[in-house]
Design a protein around this ligand. Structure first.
Ligand SMILES: Cc1cc2nc3c(=O)[nH]c(=O)nc-3n(C[C@H](O)[C@H](O)[C@H](O)COP(=O)(O)OP(=O)(O)OC[C@H]3O[C@@H](n4cnc5c(N)ncnc54)[C@H](O)[C@@H]3O)c2cc1C
Length: 418
């Protein structure tokens, strides 16, 4: 196989996993990032590997929920109303995608790529060069109200039909699983399929693995322009230098839409801001849970417990909205009466931007405008889970191998509203 010179823009989970599989194939890989690889969505996320998340973000009911929550500062889903052409176009595609047909057509692809990615995470964990936290204890979908129980029951029926193992547990059974952290809930659905990890531990580990394997990192350098010749991208440019390449991978997360405009490609990606609070005092929490009414994700990580949530479409910014952080902290003590989050822990909350595609599926594939460009972005709420599978699929595309699964559902040029 011919060794290619490959530039990857973006050193989040998607870019780094892509670098890992391309390096294993023997290519010469350079990762360029405008940051230092110490913060952002790939560091603040809830660390879930999510075969359970078979329903895409764009689903029936989301539009009415979105409108209901739109004007409430502490709501878990918020769109800041503004006259932004890209947001309006994204919103129209999102609305078109909120159909039962879209959900039905997407579920199998979402499950297959999640299962592939979980297997790849587990394979990495066995490699001697890796040493990161990953546990397979499943995920509790915990509810207080009959409405949330009913909505989750509908998802559970479909997930079971696709082959997942799910048990409905009463509060006492949940307490038996997790005796040191009593929950104030009516019950939970337990998805055996899911796993969890500590993102910053994995990120540090894979950066070290890649450096040792000879992957080149150019950090604190923003890619601002490209040179092209016909249908070929020849180089990417930062303020400091131009990097020549045979193949280009764009894994630039929430920034992908604006970056791709300089290549004449239109791809709808909005930033979906989410927050995390780390709690280092012991909480007794040993099983990850989604607190369904509050839409808060709780993860027992290596050395601390993480509470994360909210989906805020307010453009590209890292402004911390203290009302949303307070809402996450309140949910923590509402569901776990023995847990309270200190004001210091709230002050240290961080946020990250999920790269939201309009239909909730990632973009993985080659756009027709160029013959040496691959897009790997738009992973929305599943980017952590799907990092390894995306990296593997991109490496297979670039190495002209058959892909491990069909990637048509993830085509950057797919239609919305089918
Ligand atoms: C609170 C929260 C909880 C979450 N929980 C989960 C979860 O439990 N499970 C899950 O699967 N997903 C979860 N997610 C989503 C997941 O974190 C994201 O989908 C994922 O991190 C996206 O990874 P990425 O590599 O595509 O983007 P990013 O991590 O954002 O990386 C993109 C990189 O590109 C760089 N970049 C952008 N433009 C340029 C440029 N022009 N030049 C150079 N560099 C550039 C940026 O600096 C950035 O480092 C969560 C997200 C949040 C915010």
């Amino acid at each position: 196989m011919t060794q290619k010179k490959i530039v990857i823009i973006g050193g989040g989970i998607v870019g780094l996993c892509t670098a890992y599989y391309l390096n294993k194939e023997g290519h010469e890989v350079t990762v360029v990032d405008k940051g230092q690889l110490k913060s952002g969505a790939s560091f603040v996320n809830a660390g879930y590997l999510t075969p359970s998340h078979i329903i895409p973000l764009a689903a029936p009911g989301m539009i009415s929920k979105g409108f209901r929550w739109m004007f409430k500062a502490s709501s878990p889903f918020y769109i800041q109303p503004r006259l932004d052409k890209d947001l309006i176009q994204w919103g129209l595609k999102f609305m078109k995608s909120c159909t039962p047909t879209h959900v039905q057509q997407s579920m199998q692809a979402i499950l297959t790529i999640n299962l592939l990615s979980k297997q790849l995470f587990l394979e990495m964990q066995k490699q001697p060069e890796f040493d990161f936290h990953l546990e397979t204890k499943g995920l509790l979908m915990a509810y207080k109200t009959s409405q949330a129980e009913k909505e989750e029951a509908e998802v559970a029926v479909q997930a079971k039909e696709l082959g997942l193992k799910i048990d409905q547990l009463g509060p006492e059974e949940v307490l038996q699983k997790q005796p040191l952290a009593p929950m104030n809930i009516a019950g939970a659905y337990w998805y055996e399929s899911d796993a969890h990890s500590t993102p910053e531990v994995f990120m540090k580990n894979i950066i070290g693995v890649l450096k040792n394997a000879g992957v080149n990192f150019i950090l604190e350098n923003e890619v601002t322009h490209f040179t092209t010749q016909g249908r070929t991208v020849k180089s990417v440019g930062t303020a400091q230098e131009a990097l020549e390449l045979d193949e280009l991978v764009i894994a630039s997360g929430a920034w992908s839409e604006s970056l791709l405009k300089s290549l004449g490609i239109r791809l709808s990606v909005q930033a979906g801001k989410g927050y995390r609070i780390n709690v280092s005092q012991p909480t007794g929490i040993t099983i990850p849970s989604i607190l369904l009414e509050a839409k808060v994700a709780v993860t027992p990580m290596q050395g601390f417990t993480r509470f994360g949530g909210t989906m805020e479409l307010s453009g590209i910014n890292h402004h911390i909205n203290t009302k949303r952080v307070a809402a996450i902290a309140k949910a923590a003590s509402d569901y776990y009466p023995h847990t309270s989050i200190t004001s210091e822990e709230r002050t240290q909350a961080q946020c990250g931007l999920r790269p939201l595609s309009p239909d909730g599926l990632p973009f993985i594939g080659r756009p027709s405008a160029y013959n040496n460009l691959v897009l790997a972005t738009g992973h929305s709420m599943m980017g952590w889970s799907l990092g390894p599978a995306t990296g593997k699929l991109v490496a297979e595309l670039i190495s002209n191998q058959q892909t491990s699964m069909p990637i048509d559902p993830f085509s950057p040029e797919r239609n919305y509203g089918v």
